[in-house]
Design a protein around this ligand. Structure first.
Ligand code: APR
Length: 229
């Protein structure tokens, strides 16, 4: 086996204390995603959206990578082939655990974007509608996060990697949001082996050749140990 593509979702960061979206006390049970995770919501009330991401940025900075993030960083370091993490998560826990090949298809909490000129920079702890873009000075700054209705990042490259790898592993995602939810079909159609590691059977569980259930901090390190020995 030469290359592994790993898709991660909020479930891999759950045991680091960062909320998931659709679990019992998930973020979308506390906030209306239309208000805080759509371009329309941002246009309606930018201060509310900035407050939502300021709170998530605080949670992210206060959180620490867990054993699942650390295991994936070990896999990248010790596996003789290629390991790529494509994450739906906007936290930086994979990077802080030591992973280097991490593609954030839904953007990053710790990055800011200017809606006027496209400039990107490291987000300050607190963002507000009155901020000016450091490049063009327009008051058009936003979190560099992909909202519903927007196009996720690096999709063409991701599709290429999915078709070319030997194993596709999905960790901690409900499989309810496309295009990520469709990755397992693309991989399977390309003859790629598929494995799901999740707390419980996801919406797409039946599409995987193998499906293991349990907390990521237990089943991800165990799987990595299997691959490396
Ligand atoms: N270990 C493993 N899996 C877990 C754990 C855990 N400790 N806790 C929860 N999970 C699983 C849940 O069973 C669920 O299947 O993680 C998944 C979380 O699903 P969601 O809350 O839907 O999160 P995610 O799949 O990442 O959402 C996808 O939706 O809201 C958008 O852009 C947002 O990136 C997000 C996308």
């Amino acid at each position: 086996m030469d290359s592994i593509v790993i898709l991660t979702g909020a479930g891999i960061s759950a045991e680091s204390g960062l909320g998931t979206f659709r679990d019992v006390d998930g973020l979308w049970t506390k906030y209306d995603l239309n208000d805080v995770a759509t371009p329309e919501g941002f246009a309606r009330n930018p201060a509310l959206v900035h407050d939502f991401y300021n709170a998530r940025r605080d949670n992210c900075r206060a959180a620490a990578p867990n054993a699942a993030h650390v295991a994936l960083a070990r896999l990248e370091r010790d596996f003789p082939g290629k390991v790529l993490i494509v994450t739906q998560n906007v936290d930086d826990l994979h990077e802080r655990a030591g992973s280097r090949a991490v593609w954030h298809m839904h953007g990053e909490l710790l990055r800011a974007l200017c809606a006027a000129c496209g400039h990107r920079w490291a987000a300050p702890d607190r963002m507000a509608p009155t901020d000016h873009c450091p490049a063009c000075t327009a008051r058009a700054t936003r979190p560099d996060v992909v909202w519903f209705g927007e196009i996720p990042y690096r999709m063409d490259e991701i599709f290429e990697e999915l078709a070319a790898c030997d194993l596709f592993v999905s960790i901690g995602t409900s499989g309810e949001v496309y295009p990520a939810a469709g990755f397992v079909e693309l991989a399977a159609e390309a003859g790629v082996d598929t494995l799901e590691l999740n707390l419980d059977a996801s919406f797409r569980a039946r599409a995987f050749r193998e499906q293991r259930e349990g907390p990521a901090t237990e089943i991800v390190p165990a799987w990595v140990e299997e691959i490396l020995t």
